[in-house]
Ligand binder design. Sequence first.
Ligand code: G3I
Length: 372
Amino acid sequence: MLIHYTVRGVLVLLNLLALLPCHAQQSPTIGVPSLKETFKGDFLVGTALSATQARENGAGAASLIAQQFNAVTPENIMKAAILHPGWDKYNFELADKLVEYAQKNGLKVNAHTLIWHSQLPGFVRRLTDPDSVRQFFYNHITTVAGRYSGKVFSWDVVNEALAEDGTLRTSIFLEKLGDNYIVEAFRLAQKASPNTELYYNDYSIERPKKRAGAIALIKKIKAAGVRIDGVGIQGHWRANNVPLPDIEQSIIEFAAIEMKVMFTELDLSVLPSPWNSNVADVDRTSAVRTGMDPYKNGLPDSVQHMLAKSYEDLFRLFLKHKDKISRITFWGASDGQSWLNDWPIRGRTNYPLLFDREYKPKPAFYKVIAVK
Ligand code: G3I
């Protein structure tokens, strides 16, 4: 009889456990140190937030984000193509949800991004006369920055406006509005959202030529009497090949012109790049292509440790300059979310972040924590 009731009791308990949300059953980060606590007082630690995460679908990511991070950047949902699909049509549903989610979880929102040549709505790409482009530019910045004024901490006002040689990238904005458009974007953003921090964000601006272009741009904005608070170095690098000397020099030079320095889209790819291969040789290309997704069934320890070492070195440098750095944001919470699984080749298995596909901390995570 006693055995009967004990077995029934165990069965009832198991059934009850099955009804609990899965993060309550077994969060892979329970008892694990947290990035935001570890670097409290040094810099914010953020993650890109996907649409799925903003909708709060997926318990694993939700508990990881709440536990580990104190800042979020919408990965896609505040880009013009999504927010502003027609001339007079705005779609704020997801972005509002993200702001609400962030408030609930104590996360500072870095809104991304007002003016970018990519992910533009179709109707903008079809505009031909400068006056219409100028009108879109004004409407978009004023409406979007105005709506989230007081609700987001900061804006990436302009994203990726520079070419590799430090000159302005060719884009619809440069072509139709002229080279003052960046100053104007900051001026409008400041007016629409006066208490929000305003940043310029780009990749490879740690490289000398592009960095010089960014410095010239920032000086131009300031000389026009317009506010810019910081610069985002995106940080899409390759493990074992992180350009530490250029990064350090950039931190120093951007801080010297009174910019808050941020690393805004950090990830370290472990996969081979197709651009290193000889694509002219068809046979060799197919052989190389076969080797382009080498870790589909798991990451070998040697690569795992190499990734961990790269992150360790990077965070050592970040801590050395913590007085100049205000935020480090990873471009995704866990490996499964990373855009690097689909770029530059779709459907690969990359491992560029600190948490694995099951939201468990990787050796790189522990190396980063131990740097402190
Ligand atoms: O929304 C559609 C969906 O409806 C469709 O079913 C699906 C099929 O492919 O595509 C979805 O759109 C994708 C979108 O991400 C949302 O997932 C686009 O194809 C895809 O191109 C887009 O990629 C984003 C990329 O920016 C666009 O340029 C990446 O997720 C995002 O991580 C990436 O982020 C950029 C930063 O904003 C700026 N710096 C570089 C960084 C990496 O490229």
